[in-house]
Design a protein around this ligand. Structure first.
Ligand code: BTN
Length: 327
């Protein structure tokens, strides 16, 4: 990633479609006009479309539809946000890569972000389909040094944060299906969360928050996934800017983590839960110690365990598992 390219793109983003003078850019960035021209040519080759009009300057008309580290950096700068982001075109799994880097002593926090994954992982040993470019596959790597009990509501809090961000930025109301599924308004999976932790004595030493968010119109989904999965573009019906969305999501998840770590989340949780939870009042089945338990969801307890009322009137608390909604 070139800092000069990022400053150039930042200037175009600030201009919001208006012309940017090459002379002005050169002066502001302390380089020659020829240098600016050369960088614009390089950016054109990477998928940016600029038009030039005499006396007015250049206009940014189109940006790449896949992750582009310099464009992502420019969006983060505009959002006045900075975090170490490791960008990879392809990796086995961003969670596995984050885990390796933490184990090698890399300073946290940092983000591992990939355009595609060859062995994307889901919960309960499942695969996460990750060959489509234009989606978000990322991991936030942390060294929190907190007690493991404190982590219990973490994934729920982060899932709610993602629902809030998508609603605020795109006007799409997604739903959170306990504990880690984010669903479209018609009940298809849009995003999944894989939180992994490494304990050291009594504290959480390494914490990895992995997010897969479908943005592109899922043309590569295998048939069996098409029936149960969807994407943000599918809902909007028009292309979305993956780089701007990724920058927003990264800022949002990191800010939400800080709120969590500093205990600034509990007073907001109830309101967000009431807004995005899709299970309360529904009949579900869940496996408990290998046995299916069916009942009506009453909500969650203070640490985020699911409360299910079974046919015999008992309330069962479930701390992890896979919920199946009964129609
Ligand atoms: C699930 O719904 O089962 C969780 C899916 C989590 C997928 C993301 S994609 C980025 C990160 N890297 C992985 O290998 N998995 C998570």
């Amino acid at each position: 990633m070139s800092a000069l390219d990022s400053s150039i793109i930042c200037a175009f983003l600030e201009a919001d479609g208006q012309p940017v003078s090459g002379d002005r850019l050169a002066k502001d960035l302390g380089v020659s006009r020829v240098a600016i021209w050369g960088r614009l040519e390089k950016l054109r080759a990477a998928g940016f479309i600029f038009t030039a009009s005499p006396r007015k300057g250049y206009m940014l008309k189109e940006v790449p539809q896949i992750l582009h580290p310099t464009l992502l950096d420019a969006h983060c700068r505009r959002a006045k946000f900075s975090l170490s982001i490791e960008y990879l075109e392809s990796v086995d799994s961003t969670n596995s890569e984050a885990e390796r880097q933490l184990a090698n002593g890399k300073e946290a926090p940092f983000i591992v972000l990939a355009q595609s994954q060859t062995a994307g992982r889901g919960r309960l040993g499942r695969k996460w389909h990750s060959s489509d470019k234009g989606n978000i596959y990322l991991s936030l790597a942390l060294r929190p040094f907190i007690l493991p009990e404190r982590l219990k509501p973490f994934t729920l809090w982060m899932g709610l944060a993602i629902c809030r961000y998508v609603e605020d930025s795109l006007g799409i109301k997604l739903g959170l299906k306990w504990p880690n599924d984010i669903l479209s308004p018609d009940g298809k999976k849009i995003a999944g969360i894989l939180t992994e932790a490494r304990l050291d004595a009594d504290t959480v030493r390494d914490l990895i928050f992995g997010l897969g968010l479908n943005i592109s119109p899922q043309q590569d989904f295998p048939t069996e996934l098409k029936a149960i999965a969807s994407s943000l573009t599918h809902i909007t019906g028009s292309p979305l800017d993956v780089n701007s969305l990724t920058a927003g999501i990264i800022k949002n998840i990191y800010t939400s983590w800080e709120e969590f770590k500093e205990d600034r989340w509990a007073h907001l949780f109830k309101e967000y839960w009431a807004r995005y939870d899709i299970l309360t009042g529904k009949i579900v089945t869940i496996q408990l110690r290998g046995e299916p338990v069916t009942g009506v969801v009453e909500g969650i307890d203070e640490v985020g365990s699911l409360r299910i009322k079974t046919a015999d009137g008992k309330t069962v608390l479930i701390s992890s598992g896979e919920v199946t909604l009964r129609s």
